[in-house]
Design a protein around this ligand. Structure first.
Ligand SMILES: Nc1nc2c(ncn2[C@@H]2O[C@H](COP(=O)(O)OP(=O)(O)OP(=O)(O)O)[C@@H](O)[C@H]2O)c(=O)[nH]1
Ligand SMILES: [Mg+2]
Length: 243
């Protein structure tokens, strides 16, 4: 049986960390741990009070925190690591239930898409600019990366052990990492699948600023361009060191 770990990302999430922890269906996981990165609020204190392992990152940023958490999880026995956001688990971890089918079939990468059940996604209050921008980008991403995903910018991901092959230090310490791992999965021909996920924008949560999201969108196009260059044998960016 595969060992499935839940990795809660914590960065200035405060009390929402407790909500995230409680929203996780604990019986579905062999281990739950927190990766904490330089929070200036009481997140670290709250994390330590939950009675689970807390890993601290010495670099800051979403990407650095994810990389640190993945390394730790795989070094400590995980076959699969599920990314859970510390902001009250805005992407609902119950998506693990349909994902188990793919874990049992040894898939390498499973994501949660908000575009399978669009009605629920809209009812949960996704801001319209985020929704349309994401739909537009995802169409282009699907065309270029040829992965069977309806959404490419989701916060719910399940990483199989193959992600250990990532050249961690070459990947972004910032939000861009979330797209780089998808491009990496496409490049490596990882067995990939998606399941529906709910993402709650009504309840308390954190969100990437529009300026940050715009920078991410531009960087994401650059990653796509480098992916295409690599396909025509001009190895570029993160793909340079991959075979
Ligand atoms: N370590 C670290 N983690 C971060 C940082 N920014 C965000 N995170 C973590 O990443 C999670 C997701 O970031 P959000 O800004 O909520 O973005 P999102 O939920 O993916 O997307 P939207 O809500 O649609 O904007 C948060 O719950 C944090 O735990 C950061 O600078 N450093
Ligand atoms: Mg969020």
């Amino acid at each position: 049986m595969s060992k499935v770990y839940a990795m809660i990302l914590s960065h200035n999430c405060g009390e929402l960390l407790i909500k995230a922890f409680n929203k996780i269906p604990h019986s579905e996981f062999d281990k739950i741990y927190i990766t904490e990165d330089g929070s200036s609020d009481k997140s670290l204190k709250i994390a330590n009070s939950l009675g689970i392992e807390v890993i601290t990152s010495n670099k800051s940023g979403y990407g650095a925190n994810v990389k640190n958490g993945l390394k730790w999880g795989f070094e400590n026995g995980a076959d699969y690591i599920v990314e859970i956001h510390g902001d009250g688990a805005q992407f609902n971890p119950k998506a693990i239930f349909p994902a188990k089918e793919f874990i049992n079939k040894n898939y390498d990468f499973i994501i949660g898409s908000r575009f399978i059940d669009i009605e629920t996604t809209l009812n949960l209050g996704i801001p319209k600019p985020r929704y349309y921008a994401n739909k537009f980008l995802s169409k282009i991403d699907r065309l270029i990366l040829q992965l069977p995903f309806t959404e490419f910018h989701t916060g719910f991901r399940i990483y199989g052990k193959q992600f250990n092959r990532m050249p961690f230090e070459k990947f972004s310490d910032d939000y861009l990492l979330s797209f780089e791992v998808i491009a990496f999965a496409a490049f490596m021909n990882f067995k990939s699948a998606e399941v529906p996920v709910e993402c709650d924008y009504i309840d308390d949560h954190t969100s990437h600023s529009y300026i940050g999201a715009s920078i991410y969108a531009i960087q994401h196009f650059l990653t796509l361009f480098r992916f295409l260059l690599t396909k025509v044998r001009i190895k570029s960016g993160i793909f340079r060191s991959l075979r």
